[in-house]
Design a protein around this ligand. Structure first.
Ligand SMILES: C[S@@+](CC[C@H](N)C(=O)[O-])C[C@H]1O[C@@H](n2cnc3c(N)ncnc32)[C@H](O)[C@@H]1O
Length: 273
């Protein structure tokens, strides 16, 4: 009887062990994310522990250690994990002055523009709308983002009425068609645009071809100096001679010998040296 009871308590201990989640390896996970994507999560540990623990529990993963091993091997799981931690906040006509400046390049006959990252596509479509307004319809705009969720939305090209707040009513009617309660970009304005899931630190990114301009706004804000530098180095390789890099006003790129900073009134961009 005694023997039997002991066995039961050992079993209970095992169950207990299974239920207790081991989150001790959060620093390693944060390190992995930084190395893979550049995103520096080290200031958000409380919120992350909760979010990552839920992610693991939904998949019967018992520890961050196990999660690390799995995301290194399983690309689909890694993608889901990356979708969880990226901030895809964006809106139409954001920092318009840089979009107008890019349209000027298109008017000069330059054609290739990269939006890295494009999140759910609002930046890319804003550029296309403004280009059409300026009488330019021949262009090749590529939008990439690490988040497959964001790129799925970009490919659906369908947005809520709330996200169209910066447009006049006539512009909404011109660029979009109603789809239930939402609005889809008309096919005419989807021409010359491609979206792709891609990491700026991947080999695939380096093979996207050459561009006249790169818009990289509000991504490097999540990177530390080392990764910001790596990012502008890879952009430098992708830019054509004297190609332009537009960054968000909060991105604050580090000192470097790769670009000349150009400021004209309220417009700032970096020209490839
Ligand atoms: C705040 S959004 C910016 C979108 C748009 N450029 C804008 O300014 O509105 C930041 C995006 O950066 C993407 N991102 C973060 N790290 C990335 C990486 N290593 N490669 C590609 N995209 C990345 C995220 O998925 C997210 O959608």
């Amino acid at each position: 009887m005694f023997f039997f009871k002991r066995k039961k308590s050992v079993q209970n201990e095992e169950v207990q062990k299974k239920v207790e989640f081991d989150s001790s390896n959060l620093p390693q996970l944060i390190k992995y994310v930084k190395k893979y994507s550049g995103v520096d999560l080290s200031s958000k540990t409380d919120v992350l522990t909760r979010r990552f623990t839920t992610f693991c529990k939904q998949r019967d993963i018992d520890s961050f250690d196990e999660l690390l091993i799995m995301i290194e091997k399983d690309t689909s799981l890694r993608q889901k994990f990356m979708n969880l931690l990226t901030v895809n906040e964006t809106y139409f006509l954001r920092e318009e002055i840089q979009l107008f400046s890019t349209v000027e390049l298109l008017k000069e006959g330059k054609k290739r523009v990269l939006s890295a990252p494009c999140a759910s596509g609002e930046e890319v479509f804003s550029l296309a709308f403004l280009a059409h307004e300026a009488g330019v319809s021949e262009f090749d705009i590529v939008g990439i983002d690490l988040s497959s969720k964001a790129i799925d939305k970009a490919n659906e090209s369908t947005y809520s009425s709330r996200s169209l707040h910066k447009f006049q009513k006539e512009q909404v009617l011109k660029y979009f068609e109603a789809l239930g309660e939402n609005y889809r970009v008309k096919p005419k304005y989807q021409r010359g645009i491609k979206f792709k899931v891609c990491n700026v630190f991947s080999e695939e990114f380096q093979n996207l071809g050459e561009f006249d301009a790169i818009l990289s706004r509000n991504m490097m804000i999540y990177f530390n100096e080392k990764y910001k530098l790596k990012t502008i180095e890879v952009f430098h390789k992708l830019l054509k001679p004297q190609g332009r890099l537009y960054v968000g006003h909060a991105d604050l790129i580090p000192q470097n010998q790769l670009y000349k900073k150009i400021t004209k009134d309220r417009l700032t961009y970096y020209e490839k040296i």
